[in-house]
Design a protein around this ligand. Structure first.
Ligand SMILES: [Zn+2]
Length: 467
């Protein structure tokens, strides 16, 4: 097998070499990773490969014995495994101020070369993006949405200590139109719609974003069902509110929510949402109707589901039970590590009392998504819910596998699916000629054991080893 990028520079060099031997004395450029097992998220593993990288791009992937390119540098990677750079599809740089500046480095440490920031104040997010761009040290690719586009009431309105202002209110269609234009102008890569938005505004936001070329990430708005909102969006987050659509009595539940939200005239968006979840979530799961749910999921074959399974199951798959937890936590600023450990200790005490219905249902639903051909993306919601930036993606991959994905499918969720959301699937996410050289070299085969994604030897960003 021999694949070649159609890069003009390469072919010019070939022509020049054959016509004038002297030109071949020109110093070779680029880098080769020799004798490596390439683990592509679509085609699987190929042993004894030579991957040549030049100008930040994968130039060729070929059997070691067939490769002829001269390169300035080679790395013998015998016994190692090369995967595409990972994505975390759901992060919040602005949720925990003490982590704001350190998250980018942590992502690279853990082989995450691209992230989607799925909600934060627009001005602050723009400032952070500019700061990251100006750094002299490498940073991962950051794609951001700006704030959670919410309804007349806003869940994350910034009114409580410890819960930052991540959302903004979009009360009507005119505001929706001007706000999407503002987001596009500010450099947002996509939009994020939240739970208290009205169905009419949801539709305008989706249409305007489509028009502006911005992909749409969304929660299922509480006044809609997943099969109505989902097909208008490109990704949906947390599997949240899907349970409301999968219930046999979904119509009665929806009517009840619409009535409660419609008559809510005073109070906090956060409390409104919480009261609806406590009222309907568990009863909906208890009224689960598989035929109805398959119909709902059947409408989502073009809408990526980002389950954030590790977040949904934080009460039963306790992150601090992981043997590597203490080490990973120690890399956070001391005050954060201390607060999180106190939080973890309290969670351990409360764990026996926690309602596990939604956690178990989330795990169960992974199999139903797979059965119905719904695309799954990997995201963590870090740093929310004890999600250590970077580290938590590896726990998410392990959980997706425990819930029924193959290791290859889990890698696919953290690479190809994420790139597809942003329309970048021809540029990044696989190990193929012409793709961006964002790569991770591992000490173990992730297809044999997904926890081998943690055994990171080196990380490459844009063709340069950065770790
Ligand atoms: Zn989130």
């Amino acid at each position: 097998m021999k694949l070649h990028a159609t890069r003009t520079g390469y072919f010019c060099l070939l022509v020049f070499c054959s016509s004038a031997l002297a030109a071949c004395q020109e110093p070779a450029t680029g880098l080769a990773i020799d004798n490596v097992t390439v683990v592509d998220p679509v085609t699987g593993a190929a042993e004894k490969q030579r991957v040549v990288i030049r100008d930040g791009i994968i130039l060729s992937v070929s059997d070691q014995a067939d490769s002829v390119e001269r390169t300035a540098a080679t790395l013998d990677a015998s016994g190692h495994f090369l995967i595409p750079g990972l994505w975390d599809m759901h992060v919040h740089f602005l949720y925990e101020p003490a982590l704001r500046d350190g998250m980018a480095d942590l992502f690279l440490d853990y082989g995450i070369t691209s992230v989607r920031d799925t909600g934060g104040d627009l001005i602050q997010m723009r400032a952070l993006a500019a700061e990251l761009k100006a750094r002299s040290t490498p940073v991962p690719n950051v794609y951001y949405s700006g704030p959670l586009l919410d309804g007349r009431f806003v869940v994350y309105d910034g009114g409580d200590p410890g819960r930052p202002k991540l959302g903004t209110g979009i009360p009507d269609a005119d505001t929706a139109r001007s706000y999407v234009a503002q987001l596009a102008e500010a450099g947002a890569s996509f939009i994020k719609i939240y739970e208290l938005v009205s169905p009419g505004v949801f539709e305008v936001l989706a249409a305007e974003a489509r028009e502006a070329g911005l992909p749409i990430a969304s929660h299922v708005p509480l006044m809609m069902t997943a099969d109505r909102a989902g097909p208008l969006a490109d990704s949906m987050e947390h599997l949240r509110n899907l349970e409301l659509a999968c219930a046999g009595n979904w119509e009665a539940l929806l009517a009840e929510r619409q009535r409660i939200i419609g008559s809510f005239v005073e109070g906090r968006g956060y409390d409104l949402r919480r009261s609806l979840h406590s009222l309907q979530r568990v009863p909906a799961i208890e009224a689960y109707d598989e035929a109805r749910c398959d119909k709902v999921l059947g409408s989502l074959r073009d809408t990526i589901q980002v389950p954030t399974l590790r977040l949904n199951t934080v009460a039963i798959e306790l992150p601090f039970d992981d043997a590597d937890w203490a080490r990973a936590l120690s890399e956070l600023p001391a005050a954060v590590a201390e607060a999180w450990q106190a939080n973890a200790d309290q969670m351990r005490r409360n764990a026996p009392l926690a309602d596990t219905t939604f956690s178990r249902w989330s795990q169960f639903l992974i199999g139903r998504l797979k059965h119905n051909g719904v695309p799954i993306g990997a995201g963590t919601d870090t740093p929310i819910g004890l999600g250590i930036p970077g580290w938590s993606l590896h726990t998410e991959l392990a959980q997706l596998v425990a819930a029924g994905l193959t290791p290859r499918e889990a890698l696919h969720a953290a690479t190809v699916v994420a790139a597809r959301f942003l329309g970048l699937e021809q540029e990044v996410g696989r190990i193929q000629p012409g793709m961006r050289a964002d790569l991770v070299l591992l000490d173990g085969n992730p297809l044999e054991d997904i926890s081998n994604t943690r055994r990171i030897r080196r990380v490459m960003l844009d063709g340069i080893w950065v770790r």
